[in-house]
Design a protein around this ligand. Structure first.
Ligand code: GLY
Length: 577
């Protein structure tokens, strides 16, 4: 088997164009074209910090820490608070990946990714002619995988929590019962979905006659009762009893396939975190079924030989090197990655230093490598949905949590479980509905990510923690579908190579390349006009795109204080004490 995998990797390598190795020197004048690093002020705290996508969730996390809870208690409280305050992505009806590093150096990777229901099958989203049926894997009851979030939080708390479970869930119960003010972005998000909600969820709290306005208070009585059952019965408050009954009844109402048995059988998994090194930092990240950890470490290996700092931030030469690394890594992702419990994923081979060095040896010094020459990709994939969310916690003892959690699309499947008040994910779309051809989102995947009962769909979520000299240095992560991996990469490069503070690192404009389509997505202001000209002259296609990702960063300063950076593209908030 090992030989077969090595052969596959070598075949992919051989498919790359052969060319002179890239020099380690920036092109003449490249630094002059570097984009100036914008100023931005981080939140600084002496002892502990929480950064999340909603101020209420951040507040709740900090209060739990101030009551004597540890980072794991705060993570559970933030997760449940986001399920109330951030319906677009926060969830109890979805899943996620949580990475931690304890103050004692212990570490763990908790996989609470959704699973395909037992009645799922490889071709469930195809018609009689074998074509993908539009929207079936993204919208409505059949799009939902078996949720993992509540089981994940329960298992985390059982292993590492300090405060009583009830105390860490209660703030979310209160938030749902009392309600909270909608921000402008949230009101707009709900209004955009009005017709879909009206069709799928008549009577849900997310729906009202007329439009939501910023500042309006929204209350969630059904969700408060569900969270109350979770508070009182733990995991059983979700996977058994009234919540499970309501979920199964909802499935029957909408011809979904999640059963009581699926709920009872759901188990989160402890996985072994991946380790890599970058410029003196130890990088801890998530293994498959995340593709993100492998891809991040591959890219860091590919980039370490190049002097990105000297080339300058978003200079043509740095962008050239980073793009060529991204292109190669995303080609590998499409071919090799899937649920490791359902097939061998060649992680050690993909993380072999020599393999990644060889991949970069095929880059051209001042010319883009066309993606079609990197591997035989013919179909153009689109983007994974970017409605996921991320939070980081560091407590006063130095325990660190980096957690990315998701419903997949905005408001997931858009199905609210009637009487239980929570949204179900549409994570089934992260499988490849038809291996080898684009699914309804336009994603290409291989057999490694084909649907099978009980299997976890491939993810890009990339929680990451960096240490230096065995001391905590950086906690990072973001939502953003396929852009997650490159946004996390940039947050690390921004700090390590460009000396940015935590807020600069998350606010800085971004670039993204994912092999196919063969283009660099460019956020407005990310590249100077002169740098754009140089990159275009080298053969790069530049594609303007609205901002993406909501990166959250906690950086440990030399004096031990914590610096929090919350992405200004959303309502995100950092706070500490
Ligand atoms: N649903 C987005 C991801 O897991 O990558």
């Amino acid at each position: 088997m090992r030989h077969r995998i090595s052969f596959l990797l070598l075949t992919a390598l051989a498919a790359c164009t052969t060319a002179q190795p890239t020099t380690n020197a920036p092109a003449p004048g490249a630094a002059i074209l570097a984009t100036p690093i914008p100023a931005a002020t981080p939140v600084v705290a002496a002892k502990a910090m929480v950064v999340s996508a909603h101020p209420e969730a951040t507040r709740i996390g900090v209060e739990i820490l101030q009551k004597g809870g540890n980072a794991y208690d705060a993570a559970v409280a933030v997760q449940f608070a986001l399920a109330v305050a951030l319906p677009v992505a926060g969830n109890i009806g979805g899943g996620g990946f949580l990475l931690y590093r304890g103050a004692d150096g212990q570490e763990g990777a908790l996989d609470f990714r959704e699973t395909a229901p037992a009645a799922a099958s490889r071709d469930m989203y195809l018609d009689a002619q074998g074509n993908v049926i539009p929207n079936l894997s993204t919208l409505g009851h059949l799009a939902a995988g078996v949720p993992g979030t509540v089981a994940g939080m329960w298992v985390l708390h059982q292993k590492l929590g300090k405060l009583p479970w009830k105390d860490v869930v209660q703030p979310a119960v209160d938030l749902a019962a009392k309600g909270l003010k909608l921000t402008e972005k949230e009101a707009a998000g709900l209004n955009n979905q009005h017709d879909t909600f009206a069709r799928l969820n008549p009577g849900s709290a997310y729906l009202k006659a007329g439009s939501w306005a910023a500042g309006e208070v929204i209350q969630y009585p059904d969700l408060a009762r569900t969270l109350g059952r979770i508070r009182d019965q733990g995991k059983a408050g979700f996977y058994e009893g009234p919540t499970a009954d309501l979920l199964v009844a909802e499935m029957q109402r909408g011809k979904g396939i999640i059963t009581r048995q699926d709920l009872l059988k759901y188990e989160p998994k402890w996985r072994t975190p991946l380790h890599g090194q970058y410029r003196g930092y130890e990088v801890l990240t998530f293994p498959p079924p995340s593709s993100g950890g492998v891809a991040l470490l591959q890219m860091l290996q590919m980039l370490e030989p190049y002097n990105l700092g000297q080339a300058g931030w978003h200079s043509p030469q740095a962008t050239h090197w980073i793009t060529e690394a991204q292109r190669r890594v995303y080609a590998d992702r499409a071919t090799y990655l899937g649920d490791p419990d359902f097939g061998r994923v060649p992680v050690p081979q993909l993380l072999e230093k020599n393999y990644n060095k060889q991949r970069m040896a095929t880059t051209l010094p001042y010319r883009a490598t066309p993606s079609a020459q990197v591997t035989a990709g013919a179909n153009l994939p689109g983007y994974e949905s970017d409605q996921t969310t991320h939070y980081n916690v560091v407590d006063a003892q130095g325990n660190a949590v980096s957690c990315t959690t998701t419903l997949n699309g905005a408001y997931g499947s858009k199905v609210v479980v009637a009487g239980a008040g929570f949204l179900l994910n549409n994570e089934m779309d992260d499988f490849s509905s038809k291996p080898g051809t684009p699914n309804s989102y336009g994603l290409v995947g291989g057999a490694a990510n084909a649907i099978a009962p009980g299997k976890r769909m491939l993810s890009s979520m990339t929680p990451a923690i960096l240490t230096k000299g065995n001391k905590l240095a950086l906690v990072t992560g973001t939502p953003g579908g396929s852009t997650i991996i490159t946004s996390v990469l940039q947050s690390i490069l921004n700090v390590v190579d460009y000396g940015m503070n935590a807020q600069q690192a998350v606010a800085a404009r971004r670039l993204h390349h994912q092999w196919l389509p063969d283009q660099i997505d460019v956020e407005a202001g990310a590249l100077l006009p002169a740098a754009q000209d140089t990159l275009q002259a080298r053969g790069y296609k530049l594609s303007p795109r609205g901002g993406w990702g909501r990166v959250e960063v906690i950086r440990v300063l030399p004096d031990g204080k914590l610096e929090g950076g919350a992405d200004p593209r959303g309502d995100d908030a950092a706070a500490g004490y």
